[in-house]
Design a protein around this ligand. Structure first.
Ligand code: ZN
Length: 295
């Protein structure tokens, strides 16, 4: 009999999805148990477990990464703060290499000081310029390590505190600005700058279909994240929905992404007080079931 493999072969798990239930070593064991072959771990989870231990465990289970989470947060009140962010991002790039990640996911940062409740500027254009400069400074280190940066535009509700890059078009423009595409020869070479397309952040965008196609043409798609948008959404950060419980046409979006030739995993990333209160085993089995039926 022919073996078709698991229907969730193309699923990855962003490990924040079960971070309240388990530490990373347990998450990796549980993924191996249910046949999830890829994960996207967070830096704090990796640091808690020890990066060498995590790397060895991934290898032992033959589990790969769909991304390493996360770098970025380039905006700061002063030059010293911005330099600190660059240094920290360099370390994140090195960790991503040690774990064999396909990319480092980069979240821009918002208005300087806003996340800490100490706003120092209302100039969002200046914040965006800081993000551009920060990524520009990282490029050499990323190139040396052949570790792509996946810029993840976040929903505009996070523009103040987490990310002032809010649409796929804006992220792609930034990529094109910092790493221009020049002719056929360049098409062959590996990009160091790209994007992470997250359904939760981008589903509402009237230009999404066109921008996904553009991202494909420009060979920028490094990661694809899925969860669902609940109505009503009761918490700006931690009320993401399980696939199928909300309003996003995930199959259609996945179709657009895969029509570009993207053949990476679709990464399930659910920050949810509701799902964090469930047993981890139940969260994983639900993710797999919904991935089969709704993604
Ligand atoms: Zn995401």
């Amino acid at each position: 009999m022919r073996n078709f493999g698991n229907s969730h072969d193309s699923m990855s798990l962003n490990t924040a999805t079960v971070r309240k239930q388990w530490a990373l070593p347990r998450i990796i064991d549980e993924c191996a148990r249910v046949g999830i072959r890829r994960i996207a771990p967070w830096r704090d989870q990796v640091a808690d477990a020890g990066i060498e231990r995590v790397a060895a465990q991934l290898k032992a289970h033959d589990i790969g990464l769909s991304g390493y989470v996360r770098g970025g947060l380039f905006t700061a009140a002063d030059a010293a703060g911005r330099q600190q962010a660059i240094d920290d991002n360099r370390r994140a790039l090195d960790e991503a290499c040690a774990l064999g990640a396909p990319c480092l996911v980069v979240v821009a940062g918002g208005l300087p000081g806003a996340l800490a409740g100490k706003l120092v500027s209302r100039d969002i254009a200046a914040a965006r310029a800081q993000v551009r400069d920060g990524i520009a400074e990282l490029l050499e280190h990323a190139r040396e390590r052949a570790m792509p940066l996946a810029i993840e535009p976040l929903h505009p509700m996070y523009a103040a505190d987490r990310a002032c890059i809010n649409t796929l078009a804006q992220a792609l423009d930034l990529c094109a600005d910092l790493e221009p595409t020049v002719g056929q020869a360049d098409q062959q070479s590996r990009r160091i700058l790209g994007v992470a397309i997250d359904a939760y952040h981008t589903w509402w965008d009237p230009s999404l279909e066109a921008q996904v196609a553009r991202a494909g043409r420009e060979q920028r798609i490094l990661a694809f994240h899925v969860c669902d948008w609940l109505v009503p959404t009761t918490d700006l950060l931690n009320d993401r929905g399980m696939m199928g419980d909300g309003v996003i046409d995930l199959k259609r979006l996945r179709g657009w992404v895969e029509a570009t030739g993207f053949d990476g995993a679709a990464e399930v990333e659910i920050f949810s007080n509701r799902w964090w209160a469930e047993p981890g085993e139940r969260v994983l089995s639900t993710c797999i079931e919904r991935f089969r039926t709704c993604v």
